[in-house]
Design a protein around this ligand. Sequence first.
Ligand SMILES: Nc1ncnc2c1ncn2[C@@H]1O[C@H](COP(=O)(O)OP(=O)(O)OP(=O)(O)O)[C@@H](O)[C@H]1O
Length: 286
Amino acid sequence: MTQLLPDRDTVEPGTELAVDIVGLTKAFGGLRAVDDVTIRVPRGRIHGILGPNGAGKTTVLNMVSGFIQADAGRIEVFGADVTRMQPFRIARQGVGRTYQNIRLFPGLTVLETVVAGAYMQRSSTIAGAILFSPGERRERREMRERATELLDKVGVRAGSSALAETLSYGDQRRVEIARALATNPRVLLLDEPTAGMNDAESEEVGRLLLDLRDLGLTLILIEHNMRLVEEFCESVSVMNSGALLAEGAPTWCLEQDDVKEAYFGKRSDAARIATLRRARRGESGT
Ligand SMILES: Nc1ncnc2c1ncn2[C@@H]1O[C@H](COP(=O)(O)OP(=O)(O)OP(=O)(O)O)[C@@H](O)[C@H]1O
């Protein structure tokens, strides 16, 4: 009998959860893009979401960041229910993110792009901004200083006055990470942060993830680079056809036959998912 194979040691009882996703479900028309998915991520962990194309990974991140409303289920961030919150409120709960397709504002320099992220967290009033008060000037200076620090931290090689859209692909991804960090997130969601990067660049991103984790952030990333996942993720959730297929330590998950099949395909998805669902309900059958 095939089973959903959770590594029960993934989350120790009593651990503080940064993100607690329970029974998350989303359908687009007749397609169940995300089907009863539970993912629990303790504070300070690097957690990967894996799965073949169309598995529902980005849809999960879109629901956590509020861009898509869930049909059912619950999402908590550090104990706060964010399931029905607007994206800007979720950002203020400390959730930052990057996108699968790089989204940089055309015409902005590298520094301006990161400062634009910092504006999410600014404290001065609209009146202060219009009047360009001393408080406003100080805040702008501080935001520029912080943006410069972040660009240095993420290792952007181009100068901060270059137009962001003219940067190499790897640097554009790093600028996106710096922009997300400028919102002072406690949880960072990264959608394929190493897409289009070579091995050395991917390794640098992996080390950056460790640094950020050591600073106290919780990181959830969608990633197709299995070497990176095995080296840098502490736990993973594997999805296929909207459902959770396995969860636990990366190497362990990647060794499971169902996970290999999901990636390389032997049985049809429909047959496998039906089997898994029966197994989860405790029924036998092939
Ligand atoms: N806004 C939408 N409207 C209709 N269908 C959608 C929408 N967003 C996603 N889907 C569908 O939902 C399914 C899951 O998509 P999703 O982008 O979450 O998968 P994914 O695992 O992130 O895949 P990939 O690795 O290719 O990015 C796919 O079949 C996709 O076509």
